[in-house]
Design a protein around this ligand. Structure first.
Ligand code: DMJ
Length: 644
């Protein structure tokens, strides 16, 4: 039998069917297709199948109906409660932040992950587009605190209503100085309304302190409670002169009444010499000067004399801790070292106390410290190590040089003591000028790709591109020096560093600086600033706005005011707690959930808000920098009048 021809095959099969011409035709086509298919090689068949599958997928993806369907399904699967989210907002009542916080705390990590997808889809999409520059883990940490509200509005974990445009893409406008949003922003906010916004922020912070922490050291705004450090009403005292300067009379009077009736230093309590000098002694002295009320001078004398036992050391380098009730002093339990910045940043206050009381022993004690530090070996081109031993009087842990934590205000107080004393103490000036040269030679670098000037650290000859936010006091100090006749080049450096400190804010997703940044220095870097996971917190610190204040006073360049205004708004957006107070946060890279630390540091009222208020003022006589010198906690002390 010969094999059937193609036609025979078709005919035979066709003959076996017979249900109408259309069906027959179709059947024929199917069989013919099948025969052709079987004649193809395996490779040809795989190729065709692959192309078909590809076409099918492309078709699906480009169909809006289908994608919408899948998207909707995914969102509902991820967030079964989604339909209930908008409800709280229809009444415009912000959710209670504490309840929210407690709810967040009680949720299991897996539940929190699910709820990450909460929030308006538009916001989610934008956030995804925006991406996270340094650590992708941050991005996932929790949008659970934001909930969907009216269109375009979101209520954050702290109960603040945030415009989603600002919350997500606003920073792009800030980066582009000429953007319409930025122009509008500058025009609409004049100095007076910005100052009013600072007053408003202060009142809000004060409300929290008054309601939940009155007379205690620090407000814990999320838990609506307080924390004690020394048990001396630290926030209240630190904030006294701020209230006076901001014109918050009623608040000031209430605080004064507390100081007059409740504040006592006759307490069996260990306090840190440096912290209590700059915050309490400094705060009381400046309030005395501003108000003329001797209550504050008496209190200053009381705390000042109680701190003096700290200087009873063999080396004359003071101990870090004093028991102000018992009159005893000691180093920290684990060491006999003190921090260099701490022992060299108490001079402005004790010198002023001597001048006011005509009791020279305060001034002699702190001058002796400066003299000894001046004479010590172990400096590098005027830069000091971070620790000094209270027994030997020598630097310890040598080889590490920084302008940040543990050394920072040594440099600040060299210049400021020279200014306070009428620019006569040449040794202080020489040490300051030498240190700035040492800084330029050893610690100053430029980042890549943008060439930001930054101050790094040196560890046993190794340069590290690490910069603390604390270093941001330096632009202001350099500018103050230039204003007082030091090289104009210091002002140039101040401006460059000011830009860097500002970038440390705006390059973060919250627009708030982390505690520490690392700058990139290698070719091929795509961004200048990196933040390590452990360094992402913001404690409401003042250094950048402090420097902005000096730079604006001396240059009158309004961009510094605008930068400060942005920072204030970012504090409001991400750290304001609706029931009162502001909180430090753990994560400046997550605008969705910056993770509150539940603490309002006293320097937020003592320094940050004060400097912001002064920054927005065009009145050169409001705490004139030719009449006052600010201590390192922003308490203005008078520049001494010339003696004949
Ligand atoms: C303040 O107590 C002082 O400004 C001090 O000099 C550094 N640390 C805090 C603020 O950051």
């Amino acid at each position: 039998m010969h094999p059937p021809s193609r036609q025979d095959y078709v005919s035979i099969n066709l003959a076996g069917q017979g249900s109408g011409s259309y069906n027959n035709n179709k059947q024929w086509r199917r069989q013919s297709f099948w025969r052709k298919w079987k004649q193809l090689s395996r490779l040809q068949r795989s190729l065709i199948l692959f192309i078909l599958v590809l076409l099918f997928i492309c078709g699906l993806a480009s169909s809006p109906t289908v994608t919408e369907h899948f998207k909707g399904l995914t969102e509902r699967e991820q967030d079964p409660d989604r339909s209930s989210i908008p409800r709280p907002f229809s009444s415009h009542v912000p959710p209670d932040p504490v309840q929210q916080w407690q709810q967040l705390q009680s949720e299991q990590p897996s539940e929190r992950k699910l709820s990450n997808k909460r929030g308006p889809p538009v916001l989610q999409n934008r956030l995804e587009k925006k991406g996270n520059t340094s650590d992708s883990a941050v991005k996932d940490e929790g949008a659970d605190s934001k909930r969907e509200g009216e269109e375009g509005r979101v209520i954050s974990w702290h109960g603040e209503v945030i415009d989603t445009e600002q919350a997500t893409e606003g920073r792009k406008d800030w980066e582009n100085k000429d953007s319409p949003a930025n122009r509008e922003f500058n025009i609409s906010d004049d100095s007076a309304s910005r100052q009013e916004a600072v007053r408003e922020a202060f009142r809000h912070a004060w409300k929290g302190y008054k309601d939940y922490a009155w007379g205690h050291d620090e407000l814990r705004p999320i838990s609506k409670s307080y924390s004690e450090w020394f048990g001396l009403g630290l926030t209240l005292i630190d904030a006294l002169d701020t209230m006076w300067i901001l014109g918050l009379k009623q608040e000031f009077e209430e605080a004064k009444t507390w100081a007059a009736t409740k504040l006592t230093f006759n307490k069996n309590v260990d306090v840190n010499l440096f912290e209590s000098t700059i915050r309490i002694l400094g705060g009381l002295l400046s309030t005395y000067h501003l108000t003329g009320d001797t209550l504050f001078l008496d209190k200053a004398k009381d705390i000042g004399s109680r701190l003096m036992p700290a200087f009873n050391t063999q080396s004359k380098i003071p101990y870090s801790d004093v028991n102000i009730g018992k009159g005893t002093a000691h180093p920290p339990r684990w060491t006999s070292d003190s921090t260099v910045a701490e022992v060299t940043s108490i001079q402005l206050e004790f010198r002023e106390l001597s001048r006011l009381t005509q009791e020279p022993h305060y001034q002699s004690a702190v001058a002796e410290v400066m003299k000894r530090v001046h004479q010590l070996d172990g400096k590098l081109d005027g830069l000091v190590p971070m620790f000094i031993n209270t027994n030997s009087g020598q630097f310890t842990h040598q080889g590490i040089y920084t302008m940040g934590a543990r050394a920072d205000s040594y440099y600040e107080y060299l210049l400021k003591q020279w200014i306070q004393g009428g620019k006569k103490e040449n040794q202080l000036l020489e040490d300051y000028l030498l240190a700035i040269e040492g800084l330029k030679k050893n610690l100053l670098q430029k980042s890549l790709p943008s060439g930001l000037t930054f101050v790094g650290e040196l560890s046993h000859g190794q340069f590290s591109p690490k910069m603390d936010h604390l270093v941001c006091f330096l632009p202001g100090t350099l500018a103050l020096g230039a204003h007082n006749g030091l090289p104009a080049e210091h002002m140039n450096l101040a401006k460059q560093l000011m830009e860097t400190c500002y970038q440390m804010y705006i390059q973060m997703e919250t627009g708030l600086s982390p505690e520490i940044v690392h700058f990139n220095m290698h070719q091929g870097s795509t961004r200048d600033i990196d933040v390590k996971l452990a360094d992402r917190h913001n404690l409401l610190r003042p250094e950048t706005v402090e420097s902005l204040f000096y730079l604006y006073r001396f240059t009158k360049d309004h961009k510094y005011q605008d930068w400060g205004w942005e920072i204030l708004q970012n504090f409001n957006k991400h750290t304001k707690v609706s029931s009162g107070g502001y909180t430090s946060i753990n994560n400046v890279r997550d605008p969705e959930y910056p993770s509150p630390r539940d603490k309002m540091e006293s320097f937020f009222l003592g320094e940050t808000l004060k400097y912001l208020y002064l920054l927005f003022s065009d009145d050169l006589n409001l705490i004139s920098l030719d009449q006052y010198v600010f201590n390192t906690e922003a308490h203005p002390l008078p520049i001494w009048p010339p003696t004949v």
